[in-house]
Design a protein around this ligand. Structure first.
Ligand code: PLP
Length: 377
């Protein structure tokens, strides 16, 4: 009634969660394969995360970035230790903000070098967010509709097509920005050779490589950063979603020499990296780091199970999987909900599975049996 009509909401009202399960008002139990869209990495009621929220909120939830923030230093150190080289971190609150910061870093990097390069190549079916920079980086007409004019400086290429990328390249191109698995675009995995060529092109043309890990990052694909599967060495990586395990926090990590173009006052955020958000991220990063083999193993098990259903193409990495039914899948999501299974439909025809990373094989067996039943209805 009072909330703007931007979402198509399913007719269920969840009131609590536990592990990989959600419960509605009537006490009905649902196995959750959405996890707040790749957010609730540790599931619901993780004792360490709860403890961190309780302890930190009793001490200090928020201080301005006007003051020292040791919580940010700690989380930044943990992230940089997992990054492929020396880097620095800027904290914000969401994926779109992390990408805005990434875009601003790109532009300022070349400005400081005295080069007139500012254009960024992104890919069709990609998704980078809803604010003007990130929306303009998103090569999907439905996201732009009615909001034009967009921010200038983005050229779009076909994902996994090096020829198309070369066609989009201009003398004022500054960077290439991509997801290594397109999440909102239908769980489309980049191919290894394509990404290697992208990286070589970045080196030969002096372009920055920006990897949007908002959905793929923080262990979702079985590596801490999904770019590790492809042996990439990105200049800038953006994170959000799973980083806070349910508490909003975003981050951009940049190679040191790139990060240095942000000087005092050049960028900021009131809430970015507040003590409570950082207390959550600290728990998530350390626990997820112990779960990576589990994600690989359960992800491969889940993938094999989906393939055995023989109902569509299965794509994805780790616990970021898609089943492309090549037909509208929104009705299936509703039927699954009736059967106590929470799944999501993305890109119109793809069932997306991004469960909490703590999911066990027993849960996957239950999910597959429910799914098989629902797909036959
Ligand atoms: N980038 C990617 C790859 C995403 O999947 C999303 C959200 O789905 C975003 C950016 C935007 O994140 P947020 O909704 O937190 O702004």
């Amino acid at each position: 009634m009072y909330v703007m009509n931007t979402y198509s909401r399913l007719p269920v009202s969840f009131v609590r969660g536990d592990g990989v399960y959600l419960f509605d008002r009537e006490g009905k139990k649902y196995l959750d394969l959405v996890a707040g869209i790749a957010v609730n990495t540790l599931g619901y009621n993780d004792p360490d995360l709860l403890n961190a929220v309780c302890e930190q909120s009793q001490r200090l939830m928020h201080i301005s970035n006007l003051f020292e923030n040791p919580w940010q230093e700690e989380v930044a150190k943990m992230l940089v230790e997992r990054f492929w080289t020396e880097g620095r971190v800027f904290f914000c609150n969401s994926g779109t903000e992390a990408n805005e910061a990434g875009i601003k870093l790109v532009r300022r990097y070349f400005r400081e070098k005295g080069e007139n390069r500012y254009r960024i190549i992104t890919f069709y079916n990609g998704f980078h967010g809803r604010t003007y920079g990130s929306m303009s980086a998103t090569a999907q007409e439905k996201v732009h509709k009615g909001f034009e004019p967009l921010l200038d400086g983005f050229d779009y290429a076909v994902y996994n097509s090096f020829d198309s990328l070369l066609k989009a390249l201009r003398k004022d191109t500054a960077a290439i920005m991509l997801e290594v698995v397109q999440g909102e675009g239908g769980i489309r995995v980049a191919n290894y050779e394509f990404l290697q060529k992208v990286q070589q092109l970045c080196h030969s043309e002096g372009l920055l490589l920006v990897v949007d890990e908002v959905q793929t990052g923080v262990g979702r694909t079985g590596k801490f950063f999904a770019y590790e599967h492809f042996d990439l060495k990105p200049d800038i990586v953006t994170l959000a979603k799973g980083l806070g395990g349910g508490f909003p926090i975003g981050a951009v990590i940049a190679r040191k020499s790139v990060s240095e173009v942000f000087s005092t006052g050049s960028h900021g955020s009131t809430f970015g990296g507040n003590p409570l958000a950082c207390a959550c991220a600290k728990v998530v990063i350390s626990k997820v780091s112990e779960l990576l083999d589990h994600v690989m193993d359960t992800g491969a098990y889940f993938k094999r199970g989906l393939e055995r259903l023989k109902t569509g193409k299965v794509r994805g990495l780790g616990l970021m999987l898609g089943l492309d039914l090549e037909r509208d899948c929104s009705a299936i999501v509703k039927k699954a909900l009736d059967h106590g299974l929470v799944i999501n439909c993305t890109a119109g025809t793809v069932l997306r599975f991004v469960p909490p990373l703590i999911i066990q094989k027993d849960h996957i067996n239950i999910a597959l049996a429910l799914l098989e039943r629902v797909l036959k209805l």
